[in-house]
Design a protein around this ligand. Structure first.
Ligand code: F6R
Length: 362
């Protein structure tokens, strides 16, 4: 039921503090300060991870890659399932194949998972539909507890997937001796803060109301980010395309000079996702380049980032958080922006044209 919300998507965006908390509770022990895979999993028995997924789930996978590599030192490849399944990939023994899927039924992701199983790899599925085909066929099922997602554009399933991947990366880091017990406890404490900060991040809605009418008039929109904010930029662009039918592109901020800067003019909003982290200074210089060329920058950041925003950038200030949970806390802003732009345009938010909730044919 939609309750007091106009659309399922709006409700599901606001469900995220709960869906994130429910999901994390299956992976974290708050008393011991430890992270674990439900049912246990030995991350010392694998050498690398191959993530396969489509669309939004693949962007969750890309965020997961940063965390697994940075925290656990585990090499991770992420590939769109429709490409992976047809290109005869050379997968090394010792690879854990991980499918990420809300429905657990997406045809390409399922085919990629089966292909990996046929090759003798251990397979895992991060799924929201716990009775789905992927849930049954994978060796290991890692559930998200987002609850049913009705809106065609994925929101709470995405943040639940990112929650699972983050918790598992912490578990893998601890098992592989990359972090000690105190570091694990500190990371778990940060993760436990995510639901509250996600709730706080929904307050950006006021700032978004002020900016959405201008985005609704744009023909093209660019999204930029670095590090884990790069996949979030891709996700922001996908959300806008799907529900508002405005052409949008996500780019790694460092790629700006290698092409997309040619698109920058007064008509093209450039949305930059840059919380305070190791990449912030670099991204500020990208923003300045855009502004110097007459571009209109909208910066999604935290309070410290807002204080260091280049002159001419308009700012959406999300809560301050540890970088490990920044993808979760920043996600709400891009979702709400796409949602309010679509509402202004009068689009059918929950049933975007040409799209199906679950793509069970190729
Ligand atoms: C975007 C969206 C799609 C799905 C993709 C995979 O908002 O919903 O891109 O993420 O079709 O679907 P699942 O996760 O069910 O495999």
């Amino acid at each position: 039921e939609k309750g007091n919300y106009r659309h399922f998507m709006e409700k599901e965006i606001h469900d995220q503090p709960d869906s994130c908390r429910n999901t994390l509770s299956a992976y974290l022990d708050p008393i011991a300060g430890k992270a674990h895979a439900p049912g246990g999993f030995d991350f010392t028995a694998i050498d690398r991870i191959q993530i396969v997924a489509c669309g939004t789930a693949s962007y969750a996978g890309q965020i997961g890659r940063y965390l697994f590599e940075r925290l656990a030192g585990l090499p991770v490849d992420v590939e769109i399932a429709s490409e992976f399944r047809y290109r005869d990939p050379a997968v090394a023994k010792g690879t854990l194949a991980v499918a990420v899927s809300q429905s657990g039924e997406t045809a390409d992701t399922l085919a990629a998972l089966r292909w990996c199983k046929d090759k003798g790899l251990t397979t895992a599925a991060i799924v929201n539909a716990h009775q789905s085909t992927m849930a049954r066929e994978a060796d290991v099922m890692w559930p998200t507890h987002a609850g049913p997602e009705i809106g065609v554009a994925s929101t709470k399933a995405f943040t639940a997937q990112v929650s699972v991947l983050t918790a598992l990366a912490v578990a893998a880091a601890a098992q592989r001796g990359r972090i000690d017990a105190a570091q694990e406890a500190a990371l778990v404490a940060h993760l436990l803060e995510a639901p509250r900060l996600l709730a706080e991040s929904l307050h950006v809605e006021d700032a978004i109301h002020a900016i959405a009418p201008e985005i609704a008039k744009a023909r093209d929109v660019l999204y930029l980010g670095r590090g884990p904010m790069y996949p979030l930029a891709l996700e922001g662009a996908l959300k806008l395309k799907e529900i508002s039918y405005i052409h949008a592109e996500g780019y790694a901020a460092g790629e700006l000079k290698h092409g997309p800067i040619a698109l920058v003019d007064e008509q093209t909003p450039v949305i930059v996702i840059a919380p305070t982290d190791d990449f912030f200074e670099k991204t500020v210089s990208n923003m300045s380049e855009v502004i110097a060329r007459g571009g209109r920058v909208i910066l999604i950041t935290d309070a410290q980032g807002a204080a260091h925003a280049p002159e001419g950038a308009r700012v959406i200030t999300a809560p301050t958080c540890d970088p490990v949970i920044a993808p979760l806390v920043m996600a709400a802003s891009i979702q709400l922006l796409a949602y309010h732009v679509a509402v202004i345009k009068g689009a059918d938010v929950d049933q975007p044209r040409n799209l199906a909730k679950s793509v069970t044919v190729e």
